[in-house]
Design a protein around this ligand. Structure first.
Ligand code: NAP
Length: 299
C-alpha cells in the first residue's frame, strides 16, 4: 500500500488515467493537475492548479510518458490550459521527492540533476520496455494490415534490430505465419534468431537481403534504411519505422521512389492506452514500494 504518500500527476494522456486509478486504489494521497476537461472519470480525486504550495508537498511527481519539452511544457490531453514546469517549480520540490517519466528530454534531466532530484525514466527499464513491446507490435501489425492489400501470412517480413521491440515484433509476425527475416549486428543475436526459426542476416548485408521484402519493420534508432538500401527494395513494399523520431529511414527518398514508409511513434498509447497505462502503473507502484521499504530499513 502507498498510504500517506503524496503523489502529484501533471498532465498526460489516457494512459495516465490508469496510473492515477492504481495509485488511488493503493491509498496514496493523489493530486492531479491538467485533467480539468475530464468530466466522467476520476471524480473522487483532487484536481488542482499547478502551484508552488502543491509542489512543496510532493513525495512523488509523475509526468507523462514523454515528460516535458525543452521549455518545460507538458502535454495534456484533458485540459486546454497550458502547463509548464519552470525552474522555480523544480526549486521547491522536496529533496526526497522522486520524479518519474517515460523518457526525459535534456531540460528535465538537467533541472533534476542540478537540484539533485532523483529522476527515473521508466522506458529505460528492460521490464517496462519488454511489456511495452507487446502493444507496440500489435500496433505495427494493425498499421501493416491497414496499408497493404495482402496478408501478413505468407509474406516476406523483415525486422531490423533484435532488441526488446524487434524480438516481440518478429515473434508476433511469425505467429501470423509470415516468413520472418531478422537483421542483427551480433553473432549472439544471429544465433538466437536462427533458433527462433527466423532467417537471420547481418545488417551489413541488408542491401542484398531487402530485394524481395514485402513488409519492413525497423526498430534500429539510427539511419539504417538509407537511399542506397531503398533503391534495392521493391516499390510495392511497405516500411513501418518504429524507431524513435526521426526514425531510421530516409523518408524523402522513399517517397521519391514511391515506397510507402510510415514513422509510427507512440503506438502503445494509441492502440492500447489502458494496457500501456497498466504497464506503467505496475512498474511505478513496484518502484515506489521498494523505495519506501529501503528507506524504512535504513531508519
Ligand atoms: P533496444 O532494446 O535497445 O533495441 C534496439 C536494437 O537496435 C538493439 O538490438 C541494437 O543492437 C540494435 N541497433 C542499434 N544500433 C544499431 C546499428 N547501428 N546497427 C545495427 N543494429 C543496431 O531498443 P527497443 O526498446 O527495442 O526500442 C527500439 C526503438 O523503438 C527505440 O528507438 C524506441 O524508442 C522505439 N520504440 C518505439 C515504439 C513505438 O511505439 N513506435 C515503442 C517502443 C519503442 P545491439 O543489441 O547489438 O546493441
Amino acid at each position: 500500500m502507498l498510504t500517506g504518500v503524496r503523489v502529484l500527476f501533471i498532465g498526460g494522456d489516457a494512459r495516465q488515467i490508469e496510473v492515477i486509478r492504481k495509485f488511488s486504489e493503493k491509498d496514496a494521497l493523489v493530486s492531479i493537475v491538467g485533467f480539468d476537461g475530464l468530466t466522467d472519470q476520476l471524480e473522487d480525486i483532487a484536481r488542482e492548479r499547478l502551484s508552488i504550495e502543491l509542489l512543496e508537498q510532493t513525495d512523488v511527481l509523475v509526468l507523462p510518458v514523454m515528460g516535458c519539452d525543452n521549455e518545460g511544457k507538458i502535454m495534456t490531453l484533458f485540459s486546454s490550459e497550458p502547463l509548464q514546469l519552470l525552474e522555480e517549480h523544480f526549486a521547491v520540490l522536496p529533496h526526497e521527492c522522486t520524479v518519474y517519466t517515460g523518457i526525459a528530454k535534456p531540460y528535465l534531466s538537467n533541472m533534476c540533476f542540478e537540484r539533485k532530484i532523483h529522476l527515473v525514466e521508466l522506458l529505460e527499464r528492460d521490464d517496462v520496455a519488454i511489456y511495452n513491446s507487446i502493444p507496440t507490435a500489435e500496433g505495427a501489425i494493425m498499421m501493416a494490415i491497414q496499408h497493404t492489400d495482402f496478408t501478413i501470412h505468407g509474406s516476406n517480413c523483415m525486422v531490423l534490430g533484435m532488441g526488446r521491440t524487434g524480438f516481440t515484433m518478429a515473434k508476433s509476425l511469425q505467429g501470423l505465419g509470415a516468413k520472418v527475416s531478422m537483421g542483427v549486428r551480433s553473432e549472439v543475436h544471429f544465433a538466437r534468431a536462427s533458433e527462433m526459426g527466423w532467417e537471420p542476416f547481418l545488417i551489413r548485408d541488408l542491401g542484398r537481403k531487402i530485394v524481395d521484402v514485402n513488409l519492413l519493420f525497423n526498430t534500429i534508432p539510427t539511419m539504417i534504411v538509407t537511399a542506397q538500401i531503398l533503391s534495392q527494395m521493391p516499390t510495392n513494399a511497405v516500411i513501418i519505422d518504429l524507431a524513435s523520431a526521426p526514425g531510421g529511414c530516409d523518408f524523402r527518398f522513399a517517397e521519391k521512389r514511391g515506397i510507402k514508409a510510415l514513422l509510427a511513434p507512440g503506438l502503445p498509447g494509441i492502440v492500447a492506452p489502458k494496457t500501456a497505462g497498466i504497464i506503467i502503473a505496475n512498474a511505478l507502484v513496484q518502484l515506489i514500494s521498494d523505495e519506501i521499504k529501503i528507506r524504512g530499513d535504513e531508519k
